[in-house]
Design a protein around this ligand. Structure first.
Ligand code: PEP
Length: 253
């Protein structure tokens, strides 16, 4: 059975002491209330806080993910972080192809594909983001865009490699805007993505792939989004910066 996942993308937020407080707040809440069965929580802090978070995660309440990785093995890439480094720090997941990286740092589908390869080579599971911008949705181009992102970013993988992939559908018009996709819009796109995977790798692989929704997901709308058969959880931005909100979202399955 595929996992339900709630992953918190902290982006470039919080001082170290605030980040420490957030993780210990999440731990306190999870000590009082267990996560629903088959639910995995992932925290994706900024690079400098990974070690603090992996230290906490030894108590196994959650797994740790990075927000980015370089697409080269190692070498003279000042300021960059490799998949090998992340692996050596017990990081288990990494976000790739987030719309902010696509928009501000030129992350193309070809770069996404190379980052995915680096992660898989280093036993880290990629959380691969896809999603259309507002004009594309208004022009009814959302399926074409997502098909291209998934095909060009992921479909070079073997079925065995693809089994490591988590997908996050994040309509860009819903990220940080307070505007959420309706449960029907989310379900429609998630079913489309699962169909693409089934056509390429077969039904078994498609059924085993967790597909998360991202875009202004909050404790107040998580339940109706997660109730859809093809929505296997969420990639959470703003609401993951507050322990109670984030844990409440994880309790929404
Ligand atoms: C995100 O950036 O991945 C995201 C979903 O952000 P928010 O929840 O703040 O819309």
């Amino acid at each position: 059975m595929r996992k339900n996942i709630v992953a918190g993308n902290w982006k470039m937020n919080k001082r170290f002491d605030e980040a420490d407080e957030l993780v210990s707040g999440i731990m306190d809440l999870l000590e009082k209330q267990e996560l629903p069965q088959n639910t995995l929580m992932i925290l994706c802090p900024p690079f400098p806080y990974l070690e603090m978070c992996t230290d906490y995660s030894n108590d196994s309440y959650f797994a740790i993910g990075a927000q980015n990785v370089n697409d080269n093995d190692r070498g003279a890439y000042t300021g960059e972080v490799s998949a090998e480094m992340l692996n050596s720090m017990e990081v288990e997941y990494c976000i790739v192809g987030h719309s902010e990286r696509r928009a501000y740092y030129g992350e193309t589908d070809a770069i996404v594909a190379r980052k995915v390869d680096q992660l898989i080579k280093n036993d880290i599971r990629p959380i691969v983001c896809c999603g259309e911008v507002l004009e594309e949705r208004e022009g009814n181009k959302q399926f074409e865009v997502v098909r291209r992102q998934i095909t060009d970013g992921l479909f070079h993988l073997s079925a065995e490699q693809f089994a490591n992939i988590v997908i996050a559908y994040e309509p860009v018009w819903a990220i940080g805007t307070g505007k959420t996709a309706t449960p029907a819009q989310a379900q429609e796109m998630h079913a489309f993505i699962r169909g693409l995977i089934a056509d390429k790798y077969g039904k078994e692989v498609a059924e085993a792939t967790s597909i998360l929704y991202g875009g202004s997901c909050k404790p107040t709308n998580a339940k109706e989004l997660f109730a859809n058969p093809d929505v296997d959880g969420g990639l959470i931005g703003g609401a993951s910066l507050q322990a109670e909100d984030f844990v409440n979202i994880a309790m929404a399955f």
